[in-house]
Ligand binder design. Structure first.
Ligand SMILES: [Zn+2]
Length: 379
C-alpha cells in the first residue's frame, strides 16, 4: 500500500494557486491543480480524463475498478475564492496542528483526503468502481459539477468532501434570488401633488418581507436545517434629496428547504406583493426571479448515510448528523440520481476567511474514514 499522507497532499495543493477567475479577474484558475491531481491519480492506477467544462476550465474524472456493478463517487472542487487580505495565501505551512492557506479548508483538505483514500486503495482488487471527480468553479457558477452530471455520471452514492468538521451532512438548503423594480414618478421635491415616491412604495414590500420572515421563522422546521428564511440583499434608488425617486430596485434572497420549488416560492412572492398593495394600492412593481438553486437531501436512513456513520463508529469517532446551511454542488448529484452528502475535514467558519486553516488531524481522519468506507463497499 503506498503511504500517501492526505495532509501532505493538502499542503502541496494549497501551494498551487487555483483562484476562480470568474470571482477574481486574473485568478489563476484550476489548471495547475488539475494537472497535478490528474498525474497523481494516473500514477495510482486510475484511468484519468480531464474534460473541459467550459473554455479553459477542466474537471478531473478518474476511475478504477470494474464497471457495471456498484459505483461510489468521491468529489471535491478545485477552485478557491480570492486572496484579499491574506499575507501568505499559498504557504501551506503547518503551525500547531493547523495547515494554513487559501483553500486549505475549502476545500483542498477534502480533495486531499479523497485523493489519499484513492491512493490507499490503489493496490486493492476492486469489486466495483471508484470514481474520483474533481470539479471546477464551485465557488462561482458550478460549471464543473453541471458538466459532470450532464456527462451522464451516476453512482450508488457520492461523498462531497466539503468542510463539515467530519459531521455527516445529508441535507442542505437552497436559495432563490428575486428582483423587485418599483416605479414611482419623478418630480421636484416641492411638488407632492405630482411626485410618486418609489422608495416609500418599496418600504411596503419591505414590510411584507418582514412579515414573511417571521412567518417562515415560526413555520415548518426541517429536522436538520431548521426553518427557511428570507432577507433583503441590496436596495438602490433615488437621485437627489430634492427629487421624488422614480425608481427603486430591491433584491431579496429566500433560503429554501429541500422540496421547495421555484414555482411555489414565486407564488409566495406574489402574496407578499399583494400584501404590499393592500398598504399602497397604486404600487407599481415588476418582479423577476433570479438564480434558483434547490435544497436537496438524502434520507438519514439511506445506506449512504448509515454506511459513513458506521465507519465513523468503527473508528471510534463521534457520529454526528447535521444539516449544511449553505447551498452545495451535492444538489446537482442528488437531482441527477446520485445520492450525495457532504462529509469532510475543516470548519465552514474558516472557509473564505483571511486566516483560513484546517486541522491536520481532521484531514488524516477523513482519509481513514473514506478509505474504510470505500473498502467496505468496493473491495
Ligand atoms: Zn467549498
Amino acid at each position: 500500500m503506498p503511504s500517501v499522507d492526505a495532509a501532505e497532499l493538502c499542503a502541496q495543493l494549497v501551494r498551487i494557486p487555483s483562484v476562480n477567475p470568474a470571482l477574481e479577474p486574473g485568478g489563476s484558475g484550476e489548471g495547475a491543480v488539475v494537472d497535478q491531481t490528474a498525474s497523481w491519480l494516473d500514477a495510482w492506477g486510475f484511468q484519468v480524463e480531464t474534460p473541459e467544462a467550459s473554455p479553459g476550465r477542466f474537471n478531473v474524472v478518474a476511475r478504477r475498478g470494474p464497471r457495471g456493478g456498484r459505483t461510489l463517487l468521491l468529489n471535491g472542487h478545485t477552485d478557491t475564492v480570492g486572496v484579499q487580505g491574506m499575507s501568505d495565501p499559498f504557504s501551506g505551512d503547518v503551525r500547531e496542528g493547523r495547515l494554513y492557506g487559501r483553500g486549505a479548508c475549502d476545500m483542498k483538505a477534502g480533495v486531499a483526503a479523497a485523493l489519499a483514500a484513492a491512493a490507499s486503495l490503489s493496490e486493492t482488487d476492486m469489486t466495483g468502481e471508484l470514481i474520483v471527480a474533481l470539479t471546477a468553479d464551485e465557488e462561482h457558477a458550478s460549471i464543473g459539477m453541471q458538466h459532470l452530471v450532464a456527462s451522464g455520471i451516476v453512482a450508488d452514492g457520492a461523498v462531497v468532501c466539503e468542510p463539515t468538521g467530519l459531521a455527516v451532512m445529508p441535507a442542505h438548503k437552497g436559495f432563490l434570488w428575486v428582483d423587485f423594480t418599483v416605479r414611482g414618478k419623478a418630480a421636484h421635491g416641492s411638488r407632492p401633488e405630482v411626485g410618486v415616491d418609489a422608495i416609500v412604495h418599496t418600504g411596503a414590500i419591505l414590510s411584507s418581507l418582514a412579515e414573511e420572515a417571521h412567518r417562515l421563522q415560526t413555520g415548518r422546521t426541517h429536522p436538520l436545517l431548521g426553518p427557511a428564511s428570507i432577507h433583503a440583499g441590496t436596495i438602490e434608488g433615488g437621485t437627489a434629496p430634492s427629487v421624488y425617486p422614480e425608481r427603486c430596485r430591491l433584491t431579496v434572497e429566500r433560503r429554501t428547504l429541500p422540496g421547495e420549488t421555484e414555482e411555489q416560492l414565486m407564488g409566495e412572492v406574489a402574496e407578499m406583493v399583494a400584501a404590499a398593495r393592500g398598504r399602497i394600492p397604486q404600487l407599481s412593481v415588476e418582479v423577476a426571479a433570479g438564480l434558483f438553486r434547490a435544497g436537496t437531501e438524502v434520507r438519514s436512513s439511506d445506506p449512504l448515510v448509515m454506511g459513513l456513520l458506521n465507519e465513523l463508529a468503527e473508528a471510534g469517532l463521534p457520529s454526528r448528523v447535521e444539516g449544511m446551511t449553505a447551498w452545495v454542488d451535492a444538489c446537482f448529484l442528488n437531482q441527477s440520481g446520485t445520492p450525495a452528502l457532504c462529509f469532510g475535514p475543516g470548519s465552514i467558519a474558516q472557509a473564505h476567511t483571511s486566516d483560513e486553516w484546517v486541522s491536520v488531524e481532521e484531514i488524516r481522519t477523513c482519509q481513514r474514514v473514506l478509505t474504510s468506507w470505500v473498502r467496505a463497499h468496493l473491495a
